[in-house]
Design a protein around this ligand. Structure first.
Ligand code: HEC
Length: 206
């Protein structure tokens, strides 16, 4: 509701602007002021957004590490309220443990342990989106630690384990081969930067 009002106000201002500068009137100020269509972004600013992790080789997993023990502390402080004791399920989300092997049955239980094909998926998800009330507030070490703890609860890391780029890439998740690659040619978004075919020749082909 609030945003709708803001939108209406913005539109009104834009219309008022049009009325004040009718078509064809090119005031000196209007002609010299460049259109403000955004501004260049630096590589350093861009880096903050470039946080995806490429599985299976783990490219993009940052430096740093976190132990299962430290992960329990992070979990109990920042995750337990929604996900419950030892990730068994809480008021906001169901269990994040167990279910391993269930993907081959009719009653699948979706947990990071049972579904994710790579440990890096868990790290990426946690770093990017959790805790849900404060996404991207964890340090990389905390993200490694709490991911290691969840993997431990799923029986995939020892109690004295430490999560980092190397261990997460090396870890073979139970459902690694449970996905099939989509081989349809039209699902590949290949970027064309020069001599590109017209869009009409690449879209909507039946
Ligand atoms: C305010 C509530 C809340 C808090 C706090 C929270 N989560 Fe979540 N979490 C959610 C919800 C809701 C979802 C489901 C999101 C969806 O499906 O889009 C979720 C999903 C997840 C998933 C994906 C589970 C799956 O089965 O694929 C993981 C992993 C996860 N959270 C980890 C964490 C960790 C680690 C923390 C603490 C650092 C945390 N969450 C804190 C609400 C929360």
């Amino acid at each position: 509701m609030r945003s709708a009002k803001v939108l209406v106000a913005t539109v009104a201002v834009a219309l008022a602007g049009c009325a004040a500068a009718p078509m064809g009137s090119s005031s000196a100020a209007g002609a010299s002021a460049p259109p403000r269509l955004g501004q260049p972004i630096s590589e350093a600013q861009l880096a903050k957004w470039n946080i995806d992790v490429r599985t299976p080789d783990g490219l993009g997993l940052p430096p740093g590490k976190g132990s299962v023990a430290d992960g329990k502390k992070v979990y109990d402080a920042k995750c337990l309220a929604c996900h419950g004791e030892a990730a068994k399920g809480g008021p906001v989300f169901g269990a994040m443990v167990g279910g391993i092997g269930s993907f081959k049955t009719n009653t699948r239980v979706l947990t990071p342990g049972s579904m994710y094909p790579y440990a890096g998926v868990l790290f990426d998800y946690v770093r990017r989106a959790m805790p849900m009330n404060a996404p991207q507030s964890l340090t990389d070490d905390e993200s490694y630690a709490v991911s290691a703890y969840i993997l431990h609860l799923n029986g995939l890391m020892p109690a004295n384990g430490v999560g980092d780029a190397k261990t997460f890439t090396a870890l073979v998740m139970p459902n690694r081969d449970g996905f099939i690659s989509d081989t349809r040619p039209d699902v590949k978004a290949e970027r064309c930067m020069s001599n590109c075919p017209p869009i009409s020749s690449t879209r909507g082909k039946k």
